[in-house]
Design a protein. Structure first.
Length: 263
């Protein structure tokens, strides 16, 4: 494997026919590409995915193929975008969701490092993960409301307000990081260790790109606002010790998440 300045360069080439070139002359590796890895040609499965998902899933494949082994740094953003034939903006969105999914760690000022987690990528589908979360999260919300722990609920509400600020700051990465914190806090507030462990396990599944819409700028803010409006409804129900409402609001929230990701 070639290295440049301590960073890896991709040991394969992407070759497209002329009609698969973009107007700016750059090659588009996601329109029926011919990818050469280790001297052999691989034609990836063609799926209806958003651009950032395609970029992220290609990087995941490179990680799984040990082209970018755990602990190694990805090439600098400009270089990697050029090698993949994509814009830096689309690459940046892919890196955000890869970090959320636990594949990489973005170190400010140092670059992007591949996570050294040992667990393999999940074989579960998004549908399986989210349908199970409907069951687990809704019961956790019910129990949290019944437990009526004012201090804990205040901490959960504080996370909600941080998410509100993330929306105002257009910080998508920060919002989804807090989203995980929010739901795990509710699971912990259930005081049921089995449910909490199940919830944490579901969040740790390294599925391909758990959220959609990051490359559709017109819809991002509305989606985030809707998600957080639902979060507030869950918090309000818990604060009122309304277990049935907390259960129902959590269920409605997860069904909305399934809808936006196409699960």
């Amino acid at each position: 494997m070639e290295t440049t300045g301590g960073c890896f360069s991709l040991p394969y080439s992407v070759i497209n026919y002329h009609d698969h070139q973009r107007r700016d002359g750059m090659l588009n590796p996601f329109k029926f590409p011919w990818i050469w890895i280790g001297g052999r040609m691989v034609i990836p499965e063609v799926r209806q995915e958003r651009l950032y998902q395609k970029i992220a899933n290609l990087i995941i494949k490179l990680i799984n193929d040990n082209i970018f082994p755990p602990g190694s740094f990805l090439p600098p953003e400009r270089e990697l975008a050029k090698q993949l034939g994509v814009s830096r903006a689309s690459l940046r969105e892919a890196l955000i969701v890869l970090e959320i999914s636990g594949w990489i760690v973005i170190q400010s000022g140092n670059g992007v490092i591949v996570s050294d987690k040992k667990h393999p990528a999940s074989d579960y589908t998004i549908e399986e993960i989210l349908s199970t979360r409907e069951l687990v999260d809704s019961h956790c919300a019910r129990l949290a409301a019944q437990n009526d722990n004012v201090d804990v609920i205040s901490q959960i509400e504080a996370i909600y307000h941080h998410m509100e600020q993330a929306i105002n700051d257009n910080n998508v990465h920060g919002f989804y990081s807090l989203d995980k914190e929010f739901h795990l806090a509710i699971s912990e507030a259930s005081r049921n260790r089995v449910l909490f462990d199940m919830s944490r396990m579901l969040w740790e599944q390294r599925i391909n790109i758990p959220y959609a819409g990051l490359d559709e700028r017109s819809g991002d803010r509305n989606v985030l606002l809707n998600l957080n409006k639902q979060h507030k409804a869950i918090v309000d129900a818990m604060r009122q010790s309304d277990a049935d409402s907390a259960y129902q609001k959590s269920l409605e929230h997860l069904r909305y998440v399934r809808k936006i990701v196409g699960g």
